[in-house]
Write a protein that binds this ligand. Sequence first.
Ligand code: S3P
Length: 178
Amino acid sequence: MISGKNIILTGFMGSGKSTVGKEIATRLKCDFYDTDKIIEKEQNRTISDIFREEGEDYFRLLEKLVVADICRKSDIVIATGGGTLLFKDNLEMLTQTGIVFCLTANFDILISRMGNRKNRPMVAEKNRTAILELYESRIDGYNKLPNQIDTSDISPQEVADRIIKLFNELNNNPGVTK
Ligand code: S3P
């Protein structure tokens, strides 16, 4: 990838950001970064531990610092956490470095892809109704994000295909699909 721009993936938990991000990076032969993994490495503890020991606000601060740091890189693929781009500062910083793609899927598919939820503190203790409430509280925020890709009925490889194609089109003609 030599466009100088990053590919930034967002979407609710279970939308496939990390799987698809790795796939895109492999195909484009560029580096892949996962903001949650960076936080865990820097903190030497899991996201769940950070939430439990420090609370969500502290996690959001760490998240913002990692975003600011990663924005110094170019030609990379970034999978953000499900909440990252719902914060204006993060969205502004990352948008300046490349193109944001928002992965969507219907709610039941998201829930089933999340599998065992114990490593996702936002949903670990919640039942379906409470998770649906969280999802609905965020839906307007996600809907405002550009380049929505519905992943409900397609494989991660196909999602990667679509994103790469769209990324190339947007780079060649930035006015087209936004
Ligand atoms: C969060 C999603 C998680 C992680 C943290 C908070 C969220 O990332 O960043 O638990 O607020 O939606 P994934 O979407 O990769 O699970």
